[in-house]
Design a protein around this ligand. Structure first.
Ligand code: PLP
Length: 450
């Protein structure tokens, strides 16, 4: 057998040859006739030849890549604030993938709800036709916990679909076509959502998009006069996430609310990232006592399952069921398993007052971060609750910091529109000990980069 292995060595080496810096093998090599002959002749090597492609190799080859440098953690399991890879390494998660795992990963109440519902029924009918308890119960609960006068929910599979639904609803309800959005905003990547996304870098490659969108500077009171009677809806994140965790001045959102009332435009709040306790209130709009006309939710809504929603009044939402009926439909939106998970997650969040915990732990984390400012290119931190932005001097310093922290197994997030800002969004169940561990890693990374 030894000589047979030696004879095969060149072949095995050629199989492992890299075409780029990543270790991968073209699968067709495995099925080449010569390989098959070798497999037949040396069974003990069959296994090694056929197993040359790892899951990591296949990830790069078969799964569409969205960036040149994915984090590439090979996930074995995740619980609480920790993601564990296949080698048993534990990563402390300060991103919650992204802003989803507010109860921590795989919270038992959510897992139990998923199991119980999966055993009863999965998909039975397109959205809106059958009466499915998990959907109804979650819609009712959302009506209870959102500000008045919200009471009717349309469920979707994701945030961007909920934005699409909200935009369509606003157009049909007002009979107007124009939208107003804000520079540096992010609302998702389907065509409508992208059209109201405030960064031309991401819009330009996909144009033409919706032609009737005006972008105003965020947090600029004077710019609000550009909202007039031609506007169907103004869409805004009450705190910009991808735009660099930007919190508006106290008077901005109330003034925006007044202006929309004056001109009859609907106000849409995109609370996809800020909703469900992340900023220290159940919904960020509560910080300003401003109630929009349509509230858009996703991410933490499903407790780790894919779920989005837009919520409004009966008067506004009823236009989706008439002239024509079925004007806006979805097959999987409001999937019963996702709604069961969402309901369990929301109930746990309210019963344990997680928004208050986010407020307290956020203040603790912010204070610790501010002590670190001034080294390694880190200037200052700001945010609300457990949605925190860290400002750096340069994109290089930002990247170096993220990489150093990652090497010490702390997962941090970037923002799409600001390459000098890091976004922190840990699970809301984060403990003081975990905050301490993260800050220690950050301190060492900043010292290392000074
Ligand atoms: N709106 C905001 C504020 C977001 O942060 C995101 C996603 O990051 C979206 C909308 C789109 O949500 P989804 O990725 O679920 O489509």
């Amino acid at each position: 057998m030894g000589s047979e292995i030696a004879a095969l060595e060149p072949f095995v080496l050629s199989l492992s040859k890299h075409e780029d810096s990543r270790p991968y093998i073209k699968p067709e090599f495995c099925y080449a006739p010569s390989t098959v002959i070798l497999i037949a002749e040396v069974p003990s090597l069959t296994y090694s030849c056929l197993c040359m492609t790892t899951v990591r190799d296949d990830f790069f080859r078969f799964v569409c890549q969205t960036s040149p440098e994915p984090m590439g953690i090979e996930v074995d399991h995740a619980h609480g604030c920790v993601v564990v890879d296949k080698t048993g390494k534990e990563y402390l998660d300060f991103l919650s993938g992204i802003g989803v795992a507010s109860l921590g990963h795989a919270h038992p109440v959510v897992v139990q709800a998923v199991k119980a519902q999966a055993e009863r029924y999965l998909h039975t009918m397109v959205y809106g036709e059958y009466i499915q308890e998990p959907q109804v119960h979650l819609a009712r609960r959302l009506a209870e916990v959102t500000p008045d006068p919200f009471s009717v929910t349309y469920f979707t599979n994701s945030g961007t679909e909920a934005i699409e639904g909200a935009l369509k609803t606003a157009r049909k309800y007002t009979g107007r076509s124009r939208f107003v959005s804000f520079l540096d905003s992010f609302h998702g990547d389907t065509f409508g959502s992208l059209s109201v996304g405030g960064n031309s870098l991401y819009r330009t490659p996909f144009e033409p998009l919706l032609p009737t969108v005006t972008f105003l500077p965020f947090n600029d009171l004077e710019a609000l006069t550009q909202i007039d009677e031609t506007v169907a809806a103004v869409i805004i994140e009450p705190i910009q996430g991808e735009g660099g965790v930007r919190v508006p001045d106290p008077e901005f959102l109330p003034a925006l609310r007044r202006r929309c009332h004056e001109v009859g435009a609907l106000l849409i709040f995109d609370e996809v990232i800020t909703g469900f306790g992340r900023t220290g209130k159940l919904f960020a709009c509560e910080h300003w006592n401003v109630t929009p006309d349509i509230l858009v939710l996703a991410k933490a809504l499903g407790g780790g399952m894919p779920l989005g929603a837009f919520i409004s009044t009966p008067e506004i939402m009823t236009i989706l069921s008439t002239s024509p009926p079925l004007a806006h439909v979805t097959t999987f939106g409001g999937h019963p398993v996702c709604c069961a998970a969402g309901l369990a997650s929301l109930n746990f969040m309210v019963e344990t007052n997680l928004p208050q915990r986010a407020h307290e732990k956020g203040a603790e984390l912010l204070a610790r971060l501010q002590e670190l400012a001034g080294s390694g290119g880190f200037i200052a931190a700001r945010g609300r609750g457990l949605l925190i932005g860290m400002d750096f001097t340069t994109p290089e310093a930002t990247k170096q910091f993220v990489q150093s922290c990652f090497a010490s197994r702390l997962i941090l997030g970037w923002t799409l529109h600001r390459d000098t800002v890091i976004r922190l969004a840990p699970p809301l169940i984060i403990s003081s000990a975990e905050i301490d561990r993260a800050v220690t890693i950050m301190y060492q990374a900043l010292r290392h980069n000074s």
